[in-house]
Structure formats: C-alpha cells, structure tokens
Design a protein around this ligand. Structure first.
Ligand code: C2G
Length: 445
C-alpha cells in the first residue's frame, strides 16, 4: 500500500484545496492529510484564518478523500509523521516548489500543480471587512496601523486628530486615503473606531463613537472611573456594538497559554503574584502637567491584568505606596489582600526596576522575564530544577495584531464577550484607578 501525506490550513475550503487532495490521493492508495492548528498557523505568521481547526478538519473530512487526518502543530512535525506513518510520498502544491526538498531524505517529494485563480486570501477579501477609523496619531497609533496591515479583514479607512497637519502627515506616511476634519467625517468612513488619543479624552471619544453606532477598541488606560466604564459598556450592549480595551498582553499567545497552564494546576495553588512594569522618561519629558499621567495611569493596567486574571476581582483591600514628584506618582507599589492570597505590583513612570512577573504556588512557580507584558516565553520552575520547563509562543511584530484580530472577529461575528479581557476585569481596573485617585489607603513616600 502506497501512503501519501500532505498538509495545509484549508481555510475557507475551496476548489483549489479539493483539487490538490484529489491529485495527492491519485498518487497512491492511502492519503493522510495534516491540518494545521490555529496556534501553528499563528506561529508561522498566518494571522487571518477564518475557520478554526475543527471547522477546517471537518471540511477536509467532508471531501471523503482523506483516509486519515492528523493535526500539524509544530515545525518539524512533517519528518516525524513521515517516519511514524511509513509514508512513501510527501505531496504539496507547486507554490511550495523547492521548500520541502529536505524531505527527500525521508520519502519521495512531489509538487503538484496549484489551481490558479483561487485562494483563501482572495476569498477572505470578499468577506465583510472591519473599516477602522483611528483617533490619535501618536506612537501607538503608528504601531497599530502597521500591525493592522497583517490582519486581513481590517482596513484603516480614516484618521482624525485635532491637529489636522499631524493627521495629514500620518495619513501620507501610512497611505491612508481619508483625513477626517471632524469626528462626523471620521464616522462616515468607518464601522469601527480605534482610540489612541490622550487617556483623558478616552471617555468622550468612546461615548461619541458608540452613540454614532461604531464598534470601539480603546487604548489603555480605558477610563479612570468605574461608573464611566459601566456607562460605556451599557451603551455598547444596548446598541449591539463591540467595545474592547487594547491591553495587548491579554490577547498575546504566551500570556493566554500561561493563564490556562497555571489554572490547570502545574504550580499547585497560587499564593502570591508580583508584577512590575516601569518606564524611564526621555530627558526633557516632564512629569508635571497633563502631558503624562503617573505610574499608576500609564502602567497600572498591565500589572493588574495577571492579578485579576488569576485571583479574580474580590480582593479585601489595596494599599498603595507612592513616590511622588509634585502631585504625580513616579513610582507606586500596590498590595492587594485576598482571602487566601496576596498580590502586588510595582509601576514606575520615571523610576526603573526589573519588569518581570512571578506567580508563586504550592508546587512551584512561574517566572516570566522582562518585559513580561510582551513575552513570547516563560518558565515553570520547581524545587527539583530538572523538572523545570520552558514554554515559547509566537509574539510577532509589535504584538498588537493579536488584539486587532480579536477585535475584528468580535465585530465580524457580532460576538461581544471577549474572555481574554472581560468587561468585569475592565470595570475592576477602572475602579482601582478611581480608588487611587481618591487617595484611599495611599501612603506617599
Ligand atoms: N492549494 C492549491 N491551489 C490553490 C490553493 C491552495 O493547490 N489555489 C494547495 C496548496 O499548495 C497546499 C494546499 O492546497 O498544498 C493547502 O493550502 P493552504 O491551506 O494554503 O495551506 P499552506 O499554507 O499552503 O500549508 O504545514 C502546512 C503546509 O506547509 C501547507
């Protein structure tokens, strides 16, 4: 019996895929089809699959051509599979000509003619798109637009900034057609809005965008008052709109895998969490005045994320210790008391410390090195160091494409309950900012 193997994503399954599987099947007696996992596609930079791995497996199964289906989840698996299944021929489309010649060492490699005029990418472009209007033209907006170009169903259709000349330069730089002279002009060009303006304008822009019927992705810190956060979500829910906060760490593969791994008990019961996130300012950047907030406003949301994710939102109290410069906190340490655990974070805005995340448990601990908030790697460590494990996950580019993809999926699928960063967690973050601004349990150093 001659065994053939081939691999693919098979997203939006189409005639080209079918033809390939048929041609591969005709090469022998038994066809094994490897379907890539969502994570493996992320790892190899394929951001835009519309169907999840189960849907893609079902599509391949429905052809009746596959005698066996395996999932492909890591680089190098092809060699393992060819040896494990005693494969005679590896077949794949001619778009890969030469790329898999190394497999000749293990079996015959055949490149089959690719079907012209059809591809998943083209099919995706025929699907509805998320037209985003960007408010703000600062550094994060620049990074966002660059990252968005990697997310297929997203188009940046307009930009608005109160300083029109900066907006024009931004649009020229990024080849964005429309410079909005007003919010209404922006709204006329988009179905969604990304807010990257100074944080004190977030509430106003969010509210206006939602009331204009636009989905919203807002930069952190979202708003600094829990009542405002609740009001905005109520507007979003009553108008069936997506409202998400661009806290990129929450959407990144490594942090999401860290969450599920630790929740599965690999380090036993979690007793303590500590996270740091500090920034030294450029010479000349000043602390006073409105140009910047302080350490809590600028970095607090990132460090609250693991605490709320792992310990939940029912802390007994928080004590803050802040080093002030005038009326602004340069450095804040916050200690959260929970019933059976304790959590703390250090944030700096003009003070620097090691930016790692440590999660302590009854069987071991997790160490995420700096900068943990954009990590692609973490370690699970035990008393017996031989048991330590390292985990690596993709963190491609500036890491904003993961939040953009989640936002686009929420808009396209009208699924507004994102589990990576829930509404309740966002309310809790706003509440902590509110408590802090009211100086409750705040000890100034
Ligand atoms: N294909 C084709 N004609 C098309 C489109 C795709 O023959 N018009 C073939 C591809 O050459 C590939 C298979 O269909 O052999 C699956 O294509 P994709 O789903 O795009 O998968 P791909 O990203 O090519 O992954 O480990 C994964 C493999 O490396 C291939």
């Amino acid at each position: 019996m001659k065994k053939i193997i081939t691999y693919g994503t098979y997203d939006l399954f189409h005639q080209g895929h079918y033809n390939l599987l048929k041609r591969a099947k005709d090469l022998g007696d038994y066809l094994i089809v490897g379907v890539t996992t969502d994570n493996f596609d992320l790892e190899r930079g394929k951001m835009n699959t519309c169907n999840n791995v189960m849907e893609r497996i079902e599509a391949v199964k429905a052809t009746g051509l596959a005698d066996q289906i395996v999932i492909e989840e890591y680089r190098g698996q092809k060699i393992d599979d060819i040896q494990k299944y005693g494969v005679d021929i590896f077949a794949i489309g001619s778009d890969w000509e030469g790329y898999f010649d190394y497999l000749n060492e293990f079996c015959q490699v055949i490149y089959l003619p690719r079907t012209q005029g059809i591809s998943s990418t083209e099919l995706r472009q025929e699907r509805p798109t998320v037209n985003i209007g960007v408010i703000g033209t600062g550094s994060i907006a620049n990074r966002f637009v660059n990252e968005a170009s990697n997310v297929n169903s997203v188009i940046i259709s307009s930009v608005y900034n109160t300083r029109i000349e900066e907006c024009s330069v931004f649009c020229q730089t990024h080849n964005i057609d429309h410079v909005a002279n007003s919010l209404d002009e922006l709204f006329s060009k988009c179905n969604s809005v990304y807010i990257a303006s100074p944080y004190k304008t977030h509430y106003d822009y969010c509210k206006k965008s939602l009331l204009a019927g636009k989905n919203v992705l807002c930069e952190t810190p979202f708003v600094l008052d829990s009542a405002e956060a609740i009001e905005l979500y109520e507007i979003a829910e009553s108008n069936h709109l997506a409202l998400m906060v661009a806290l990129k760490t929450a959407y990144c593969p490594a942090f999401r895998h860290l969450f599920s791994l630790v929740k599965s008990g690999v380090i036993g019961d979690i007793v303590e969490i500590n996270a740091s996130s500090t920034t030294l300012l450029e010479e000349g950047d000043y602390i006073e005045g409105n140009r910047y907030g302080g350490s809590m406003v600028e970095n607090g949301c990132f460090t609250m994320l693991p605490i709320f994710k792992f310990f939940g939102l029912d802390y007994q109290n928080i004590n803050f210790y802040s080093k002030m410069k005038g009326q602004t906190d340069m450095f804040t340490k916050a200690v959260f008391r929970y019933d059976h655990s304790v959590a703390s974070f250090q944030v700096g805005w003009g003070v620097k410390t090691e930016g790692n995340l440590v999660i302590s448990g009854t069987k071991g601990y997790v160490y995420v090195p700096a900068p943990w908030w954009k990590t692609d790697y973490f370690e699970v460590r035990y008393e017996d160091q031989n048991q330590n494990k390292k985990y690596f996950y993709p963190y491609v580019g500036d890491g904003l494409r993961y939040e953009i993809k989640d936002f686009a999926l929420a808009v396209l699928n009208k699924d507004y309950h994102n589990t990576n960063l829930t509404m309740q967690e966002i309310f809790a973050m706003a509440k902590v900012q509110e408590i802090y601004s009211k100086e409750i349990n705040l000890y100034k150093l």
